[in-house]
Design a protein around this ligand. Structure first.
Ligand SMILES: [Zn+2]
Length: 361
């Protein structure tokens, strides 16, 4: 439906839309009344934005006075470029790749299992906790097989296809050039603006917008190589893939289709039950609170999303996670939170996988 915005907020954001980097929600049109909005603004505009917010009687809090300092602080200790891959640290692409060549790949074998789960991480470059989780998942799968009863049952009966970094070019860019990079790194014609938002590039009520948008959909559904590869893989494994999980950050939410419409998905009630129980499992470890529900109502409506697309392909259990936190650190979640975040998220993922194993479909 039409979004009603407080006039002051419209004025501020319209005036500054070019210079604001929205963290949550991910673009200005997603802002609704009473919503808490996180955004980044350059140092030289910060005063102007603050006075505009004050003039419009908008409550605000400066979370990071110096973002560069925070970027350094997300690492536990001084970044050691020669250090090896670690599951409790953020790993650059080279380290992830090194680990992939090692024990990650052994996690799946396609031997006669009828059901599969597809999980991707890192579709948005700056959401570093996401690839950290996919790596953690594979580590746990390989190391606890034969020891942990649930994991053993899951791996004996399900194939897991895990894509640890969906958007590799973007991820590399977020390490080397711009920590806050979101899109992929494709060139767009007739503009200097780089990149497509891969989570707007799927063929699910795909809608067009401008290349300079942070949520640019691309020139057509699956116009991007990354999207094409994943969509093609999933299409060719549709008979076995029963669950699609896509891991994002941040906001602590577990969502299911649809994003592109407020209409309930055909299996809405069941998905809602599964999400509820998965969130309970997650919270049982540290009490981390998650919201859950259909994406359009829980977060905001958007089109071209991978989870909607997967669902419409017939994958009945399609879920999108938004991992920690709720905005204190946002994309700059400290490394000290990688382990607890991964451990609690594992419980939700295991719950969902177990559920589809026992479900009739
Ligand atoms: Zn995301």
């Amino acid at each position: 439906g039409p979004l009603s915005l407080p006039e002051g907020l419209v004025a501020v954001f319209e005036f500054f839309s070019v210079q604001l980097d929205f963290w949550h929600p991910d673009s200005a049109p997603h802002i609704v009344t009473e919503m808490e909005v996180d955004f980044r603004v350059s140092a030289d505009q910060s005063q102007t934005v603050q006075s505009l917010l004050e003039q419009n009687e908008m409550q605000y809090e400066v979370l990071f006075h110096n973002l560069q300092e925070e970027i350094e602080k997300q690492f536990d200790d001084k970044r050691n470029v020669t250090a090896r891959h670690s599951y409790t640290k953020y790993n650059d692409w080279e380290k992830v790749q090194y680990r992939l060549d090692g024990d990650l790949v052994t996690a799946t074998s396609e031997s006669g299992k009828g059901k599969a789960v597809f999980m991707d991480c890192g579709i948005h470059a700056r959401e570093w906790i996401s690839p950290a989780f996919c790596q953690w998942f594979v580590k746990q799968a390989t190391r606890t097989y034969g020891k942990d009863k649930t994991m053993t049952t899951l791996l004996d009966n399900l194939n897991f296809y895990v894509l640890p970094v969906f958007n590799i070019d973007g991820y590399v860019w977020s390490w080397t050039q711009d920590r806050m990079w979101r899109k992929n790194r494709s060139n767009n014609s007739n503009t200097n603006c780089i990149g497509t938002d891969l989570n707007r590039n799927f063929d699910a009520e795909w809608g067009s917008n401008e290349p300079c948008d942070e949520v640019y959909c691309g020139t057509a559904p699956e116009s991007e190589q990354e999207t094409q590869v994943v969509a093609t893989f999933i299409r060719s494994h549709l008979s076995s893939i029963k669950a699609y999980l896509t891991i994002h950050a941040y906001s602590q939410m577990l969502m299911f289709p649809y994003s592109y419409t407020f209409h309930k998905a055909p299996s809405h009630d069941e998905l809602n039950e599964v999400a509820k129980a998965a969130v309970e499992a997650l919270s049982s470890l540290y009490g981390t609170e998650y919201e859950y529900g259909a994406s359009a109502t829980t977060i905001y409506p958007s089109s071209g999303c991978s989870d909607d697309w997967a669902y419409d392909q017939g994958i009945r259990y399609s879920f999108a996670f938004e991992l920690r936190d709720q905005g204190k650190y946002g994309f700059l979640l400290p490394e000290s939170q990688i382990k607890p975040t991964c451990k609690e998220t594992m419980l939700a993922v295991k719950y969902i996988a177990n559920y589809i194993l026992s479900a009739a479909t």
